[in-house]
Design a protein around this ligand. Structure first.
Ligand code: GLN
Length: 199
């Protein structure tokens, strides 16, 4: 079996939030999935997903289970990571008005619950070159928005003039929940990043 035939193994941080939905989608795409709850779960992974949920709760649990240093080491070694919603918040260098624990590795500034309390959740059709001819139906749930991006960050999709999907080297983030739809295009995009990093 060559490296290219070996199934891709993705870890999904399983502290709280929508980790099962990510696993389901990744397994449908032929990946092996590990629910990450402790540092040793990070061994032999090709990539990591940080799901949506409540970023302060996920951060507290990451601290409790000693995952901050272990994940930081993997990201510094350029393991591909995909953060959705709360996962995006945990990867951001700057969170407006908050000093909550975070990985703080991606050069973005985010605003939690950026769309306000009135509009708790909504769906939007995102059109962007990364999606080809068919817009992506995005589910936003108490979503953050990206307020500012650094020079090394590529904005892949916007909604209402704000970046909602972006990439910086080995890091991919989106403010919405692609794992709650049947559309696997964004997970496939991430798996392409993982293949490129692995091969
Ligand atoms: N509002 C949540 C937070 O601040 C994120 C919501 C989500 O992940 N759907 O962490």
């Amino acid at each position: 079996m060559t490296a290219a035939d070996k199934p891709i193994r993705i870890g999904v941080l399983a502290m709280q939030g929508a980790f099962r939905e990510h696993c389901r989608m990744l397994e449908q795409l032929g990946c092996e999935c590990t629910q990450v709850r402790k540092p040793t779960d990070l061994e032999d992974l090709d990539g990591l997903v940080i799901p949506g949920g409540e970023s302060t709760t996920i951060g507290k649990l990451m601290d409790k289970y000693d995952l901050f240093a272990a994940i930081s080491r993997k990201l510094a070694a350029r393991m591909p990571v995909f953060g959705t919603c709360a996962g995006l918040i945990l990867l951001a260098k700057e969170i407006a008005g908050s000093e909550q624990p975070r990985l703080g590795v991606m050069d973005i500034k985010v605003q939690r619950n950026g769309y306000g309390r009135q509009v708790d959740s909504f769906e939007a059709d995102l059109a962007a070159p990364v999606f080809g001819d068919t817009p992506f139906r995005a589910v936003f749930i108490r979503a953050p928005f990206i307020e500012a991006v650094g020079a090394g960050v590529e904005v892949l999709a916007e909604w209402a003039g704000r970046p909602v999907m972006a990439r910086q080297e080995n890091m991919l983030v989106c403010a919405f929940h692609p794992e709650l739809t049947d559309d696997s295009r964004i997970h496939n995009y991430f798996l392409q990043m993982v293949r490129e990093a692995r091969d």
